[in-house]
Design a protein around this ligand. Structure first.
Ligand SMILES: Cc1cc2nc3c(=O)[nH]c(=O)nc-3n(C[C@H](O)[C@H](O)[C@H](O)COP(=O)(O)OP(=O)(O)OC[C@H]3O[C@@H](n4cnc5c(N)ncnc54)[C@H](O)[C@@H]3O)c2cc1C
Length: 433
């Protein structure tokens, strides 16, 4: 029987190292260079961050989600989860550890579906942490429903020519290449008529019309681009995966991305709980500490319970992915984790804000950023509503309709059957019938 919640001592030692390293070396980067994680490492930033990356490599924790053949450690998703919940504390941490979104998901599909040449050209520098990538799928008129996509890729001799608009293509501004999903055959059903293409950022016809920012970003800080692809001509070998395979690839890509976000969200939610608890022990009002007020105790207890439930669910799902080695087989739980994730972060961050009073709502604490982050988590990689539909459909697969008019748990019928089963004994009991 192997059903164990403990971590091997060797890996726990690495996690302990990572915890101290992130708190002491990486969290300060968020304060000195906020929002610059996806810009080329130059000057002072290179001087500060390159040695940190080197230290992570020495510890054997660089790109832990990938196998050794790709420069990772092959620790798998469960160990990545334990690590990512530490990295979730700091925006710079995934960059320093070589496992930042969207590059992780992009690297995973490159490793899975890329040709040898594509891996050499795009995957190798991506894994070395020298370039960034962009996943360009969502369109202005349709994000949740890819069957609405209209961006077209047309075969022209030895080339493909891409035309269309994409929205919220994160990091398009700093990425060296884009993975673009486009309709390559409009005459078959959409799930079979879309393909992916690897498009270098400097290909003529690729235009970043604007880089949209999130709430709180200043106007020029946006990283989620509206991209216009106008007669973008790429050679035949820019086709990524098989023609018509984009839907399956997208599921693989987004499965990984979603669970990795969830792992990091544990770190953020825990940080919010840490901040809340410290405040509860520090602030006095009406003759006692906040920690002695039952309402605040309720906030803390509810937050702890939610966080534990969520963390165990994420770890279980990561373990299942390692077991099946296939995101599609764990689709139900990945979708369910995605549904729970924004709520958990929202609830804990909201309570932490409340316990801090005015200070909590200010830009002098990181809590409003977590709260906003929870809303982003409810949309990015697919809205909560869509994931609930997936969960419900997958859950329903394990059930079948009742055979007759009444539900199978209808008590009159069940009681009658139970009495029939024990009739020979019931007859002996006086007054039982
Ligand atoms: C921070 C961030 C980063 C992102 N990065 C990328 C990226 O790098 N590349 C990329 O391609 N995309 C990216 N996206 C886009 C993201 O994938 C889409 O926002 C998402 O798929 C939802 O699409 P939409 O915004 O068009 O919302 P819509 O599809 O318009 O949905 C809006 C709302 O409609 C409702 N709704 C939609 N469908 C259903 C349904 N079936 N049933 C019930 N209600 C429904 C929900 O309330 C939903 O929130 C990013 C988004 C964010 C917020």
């Amino acid at each position: 029987m192997s059903w164990d919640f403990s971590t091997e001592p060797e890996f726990q030692a690495k996690l302990d190292w990572a915890d101290t390293f992130v708190r002491e070396e990486v969290e300060p980067l968020d304060l000195v260079w906020p929002g610059l994680q996806f810009t080329a490492l130059e000057g002072a930033r290179r001087e500060a961050i390159a040695p940190l990356k080197e230290e992570v490599r020495r510890q054997g924790l660089w790109a832990t989600h990938l196998g050794p053949e790709l420069g990772g450690q092959g620790h798998g998703q469960l160990q990545l989860s334990l690590l990512n919940e530490i990295l979730g504390r700091a925006s710079w941490a995934p960059i320093v550890f070589g496992c930042q979104a969207p590059d992780t998901g992009n690297a995973e599909i490159l490793a899975h579906y890329g040709t040898q040449e594509q891996k050499e050209r795009y995957l190798r520098p991506l894994l070395a942490g020298e370039i960034f990538s962009c996943y360009s799928m969502t369109e202005p008129q349709g994000g949740s429903d890819p069957t609405e996509f209209t961006t077209r890729a047309v075969r022209d001799g030895d080339d493909w020519v891409i035309n269309g608009w994409k929205y919220f293509s994160s990091n398009a501004r700093t990425a060296s290449f884009y993975i673009v999903m486009a309709v390559s055959d409009p005459d078959v059903e959409p799930h079979k008529g879309m393909s992916m293409f690897l498009v270098p950022a400097d290909t003529p016809g690729v235009e970043i019309v604007r880089s949209t920012g999130l709430f709180g970003d200043t106007e020029d800080e946006g990283t989620h681009a509206l991209v216009h692809y106008q007669d973008v001509r790429v050679p035949a070998d820019a086709l990524f995966g098989d023609e018509g395979q984009a839907f399956v690839m997208a599921q693989t890509r987004l499965g990984g991305g979603r669970i990795h976000h969830a792992m990091r969200t544990i770190g953020q939610a825990r940080k919010a709980l840490d901040i809340m608890c410290e405040r509860a022990l520090s602030r006095h009002t009406k003759g006692s500490r906040l920690a002695d007020k039952q309402f605040v105790q309720g906030y803390i207890a509810d937050s702890y319970a939610q966080l534990q439930q969520f963390r165990l669910f994420v770890l279980y799902t990561a373990w299942s992915i390692d077991k099946h080695q296939n995101y599609l087989k764990v689709r139900k739980d990945i979708a369910a984790v995605k549904v729970v994730m924004p709520q958990v972060l929202h609830d804990i961050a909201f309570r932490a804000v409340q316990v801090h009073g005015a200070l909590g709502t200010s830009n002098e604490m990181p809590l409003m950023r977590f709260l906003h982050g929870s809303m982003v988590m409810g949309i990015a990689d697919g809205p909560t509503e869509v994931h609930k539909v997936t969960v419900a459909r997958q859950v329903l697969r394990d059930y079948k309709p009742a055979e007759g008019l009444w539900p199978s748990s209808h008590l009159p019928g069940r009681t009658e059957a139970a009495r029939a089963k024990y009739a020979h004994l019931l007859e002996l009991e006086v007054g039982n019938l």
